[in-house]
Design a protein around this ligand. Structure first.
Ligand code: 26Q
Length: 811
């Protein structure tokens, strides 16, 4: 059913009156925003209720996607688009002289994630709902999401992200579905009359988990699913006994300890540290989630024997690994299952996606810390490890080193990845190349034991968000040329290929890109006080700041251009605007130095009249989902330049190609599949391949210092950084590249790949000179982006891993 503007006006007015006691004329923007969201929430709740019966049917399996991170961004525009109500609401609001775009801008991002992994989780929830499947996300309701980044004097400064002040509008508290979570304490063996031993958990600390549910719509879909975010609170308010004795602070200590668990998202992306709070966060949301599943299952089924027919539980990287021992604990300690039958059900329930092969990002918990915080889970993990060791001894009797590598507990550490692989029925990587690396390297022993466990599901994106919502002009053009079918089925984007020689279509693509560039240019003027040339090439690298992603290689190229222009001021050059967006983990020194370098270089270029009209560097602060929605449509070059073998997949690469940017990249992650989708002639490849990197590592002879001796350009760049850019010297970066040996210097081969990158950049410039050729390449990228739809990825998960289907297909 479609809503008329008149009906919507009545509903919005009703919300304004009942919730804020205001008439539209004297309501604030925030109040109007809230009223509008409440009206939409009601509509989503109705759809949600209509599906409850089907969704809770135990013979209809649902997926539970466990993740420490979800990154939904803003929801208003997305929900309106999915419900097909954008125009109706726009019209209704126009009646008060309100512009819906202004409400969109008011909404804070729900930034409950760091980057790729969290955003992927949100893209997949969108796809599950869009495919009319049953599936829910579970995570933590962080009071503060990913920090907001400010650039002050060229340095990153972090401020708190108080997203709930307005973002809470999408959350529905389900107080009656709260759960208790038990921490610490000790285990006691108690023997009953029949001679059976029972474990009793005593002296534990209780924390209450309160569900805050966010409803997840899908495009043109009858299904609304939930993202359940757990908030922690204490069962006691304050200890009045202590309070009466005058120990005011101590009386509130328990309460604070409980509340701190859901206080803030860890901003470390791909770097693990065995922190107590992080263990507590993991167990908190896992225990609450698993209890809810078990309870809900027992509402519709006699016992837990068929649990795995009702639920597929997916763990997003190792962060939710505790689901494995926690389910074992609930089955055995709370429902009297034997080890073998519990293990059988649990292993048929759980599947795991790996997102990184970087050794420093693989979670390893100190065993003594784990044992102290979670004594019962520790005893269960020890038993899993003991049984696994017996299996390993049978499988690899003569390979002790391999057995040690595969052990779950080793040298006083719990290795979460090995536990995941042992207990999951399926393990997948996130791109073809990454999955190969899992099979051949990281999990090779497991692959030899159980080859069928391993599979690949290449990542995908909620493409409607970055195309239909973020780039309406391009979306309208595609609809005009190919019909509206691409909104349901991304593979229909390929229909664009029929127009690759149509000069008028190519010209329209160019003019749409130009309009989007002007919007971004305006934003840059307002936020960076830099006037960019809208006819310059918009060259974009937006992603978390990491050494392996090699933002430094990009900066090397810019410094090289700068050196050339200074030496030869008359040099002809196609103007370029290099656009960066990146947050660095607060404690990641080198990442912060690289941001500083980018900012100082930006200022230096801007100061120099001899270069500033040809090369510009813009560092956009606070890169986020919302900002990405403005950047992607304006981008022309997509920098995907990680060292081969390091980037598991990448998903920004997909968003950028979908918007017609051309990839300048290495053969890494999903770039390999972009190459297969569009062909060599439609991207710019450079750099070492994985095999070459492996060989360099094995030889151990790489000497960046020697390179710089033989290459004047590199030497000049290093000298520039040493002497100072905008009067700031970057010796620590220089030293990280040139001092130390045997892999200690330049571990990501920035200098080794520099010449190849530089050549690829020259090819970019040459291709851009030929407008027709460039637009044709751009069109081929949009047309080839269809396989990177999250709908495709989720269908693969559903068929090959979860064993679920659209709820309406099996009625
Ligand atoms: C672990 C332990 C302690 C603290 C933090 C962490 C932690 C947190 C976040 C470790 C890793 C992450 C995030 C990883 C991540 O975003 N990986 C990216 O996942 C994307 C989706 O699959 C891929 O496209 C990227 O290639 C991959 O880097």
């Amino acid at each position: 059913e479609k809503f008329l503007a008149k009906e919507l006006i009545e509903r919005i007015e009703g919300k304004l009156q009942r919730n804020f006691g205001r008439e539209p004329e004297d309501a604030t923007k925030q109040q109007i925003f809230r009223a509008v969201c409440l009206v939409i929430r009601d509509m989503m709740s109705e759809l949600w209720l209509e599906n409850q019966e089907i969704l809770n049917d135990p013979v209809k399996k649902q997926v539970i996607y466990l993740s420490m991170e979800f990154l939904p961004g803003a929801s208003l525009r997305n929900n309106l688009f999915n419900l097909g109500l954008s125009e109706a609401f726009q019209e209704a609001l126009a009646a008060y002289g309100q512009n819906i775009e202004e409400l969109y801008e008011l909404e804070p991002d729900a930034g409950l994630g760091n980057g790729g992994l969290g955003r992927l989780a949100s893209c997949y929830l969108d796809a599950v709902s869009s495919l009319e499947m049953a599936g829910h996300g579970m995570s933590i309701c962080y009071e503060y999401g990913i920090f907001k980044q400010k650039i002050q004097d060229g340095n990153q400064v972090e401020t708190a992200d108080d997203w709930l002040s307005l973002g809470d509008i999408w959350l529905i508290e389900k107080e009656d579905e709260k759960e208790e979570v038990h921490f610490g304490g000790k285990l006691e063996e108690v023997w009953d009359d029949t001679g059976k031993m029972k474990l009793i958990h005593r002296d534990y600390t209780t924390v209450i988990a309160i569900p805050k549910d966010m409803l997840i719509t899908g495009f043109d879909s009858r299904v609304v699913n939930t993202l359940r975010l757990w908030q922690s609170t204490s069962p006691i308010s304050i200890d009045m006994g202590l309070f009466a004795k005058g120990e005011y602070l101590k009386s509130m200590e328990e309460k604070h300890k409980a509340e701190v668990i859901s206080k803030i998202l860890y901003p470390e992306d791909a770097h693990e540290e065995g922190k107590m709070l992080r263990i507590n966060q993991q167990y908190f949301f896992i225990s609450a989630s698993m209890h809810t599943l078990v309870k809900n299952h027992l509402k519709v089924s006699e016992n837990l024997d068929d649990f795995h027919h009702h639920y597929a539980v997916h763990i997003n990287d190792t962060h939710p690994t505790m689901a494995i021992p926690e389910l074992m604990r609930i089955f055995m300690d709370e429902y009297d299952y034997e080890w073998e039958s519990a293990w059988d059900i649990v292993t048929k329930t759980i599947s795991y996606t790996n997102h990184t092969v970087m050794p420093e990002a693989l979670e390893q918990w100190p065993e003594n810390l784990f044992a102290k915080l979670l004594p019962r889970l520790h005893s269960i993990v020890k038993e899993i490890d003991r049984r696994q060791n017996a299996n390993l001894l049978k499988a690899f009797p003569d390979e002790e080193a391999l057995r040690n590598e595969m052990a779950i507990i080793h040298n006083g550490k719990l290795r979460m990845a090995n536990l995941c692989v042992t207990a999951s029925h399926t393990v997948n990587g996130v791109s073809a190349l990454h999955s190969t690396i899992l099979r051949e390297k990281l999990f090779h022993g497991f692959y030899r034991m159980t080859p069928d466990k391993f599979t690949n599901v290449t990542n995908g994106i909620a493409y409607r968000r970055w195309l239909c919502q973020a780039n309406p002009k391009l979306s309208e053009l595609i609809e005009e040329l190919c019909g509206p079918g691409f909104k349901k089925d991304a593979s229909e984007l390929a229909g664009l290929l029929a127009y690759q020689d149509d000069a008028s279509v190519l010209e329209r693509l160019r003019s749409i890109k130009k309009e989007n560039k002007l919007i971004l240019a305006e934003y840059i003027k307002n936020h960076n006080n830099i006037i960019v040339n809208p006819d310059s090439i918009f060259d974009v690298q937006v992603k978390r700041l990491h050494e392996y992603k090699r933002q430094l290689l990009n900066l090397f190229h810019i410094m090289d251009l700068y050196n050339q222009l200074r030496e030869n001021p008359q040099m002809e050059m196609q103007p370029r605007t290099f656009i960066f967006g990146a947050k660095a983990a607060a404690g990641y020194y080198m990442a912060k130095q690289i941001i500083r370098l980018a900012c100082q270089l930006s200022a230096q270029l801007e100061k120099d009249p001899a270069v500033r009209d040809r090369i510009k560097l813009v560092f956009l602060e606070n890169y986020s989902v919302s900002l990405s929605e403005m950047i992607m449509p304006a981008a022309e070059v997509s920098e995907q330049i990680s060292l081969a073998g390091k980037e598991a997949s990448g998903t920004g690469n997909m968003k950028l190609m979908l918007n017609g940017a051309i990839t300048l990249g290495t053969m890494d992650g999903a770039n390999v599949e972009i190459y297969e989708a569009v062909g060599r002639e439609n991207m710019f490849l450079f750099g070492m391949q994985v095999e070459e990197v492996d060989q360099m590592n094995q030889e151990g002879l790489y000497s960046p210092w020697c390179y710089s001796q033989g290459n004047a350009n590199i030497a000049n760049i290093l000298e520039l950084m040493s002497k100072g850019i905008n009067d700031v010297s970057f010796m620590d970066i220089v030293n990280s590249l040139t001092t130390g040996f045997n892999g200690a210097s330049d571990p990501y081969y920035v200098i080794a790949d520099f010449e190849s990158y530089k050549q690829a950049q020259k090819n970019v410039t040459a291709a851009y000179q030929d407008i027709n050729r460039w637009q044709k390449m751009s069109l081929a990228n949009i047309a080839g982006a269809g396989i990177f739809s999250a709908d495709r990825s989720v269908k693969e998960y559903a068929e090959r891993i979860w064993g679920i289907d659209s709820i309406y297909d099996i009625l």
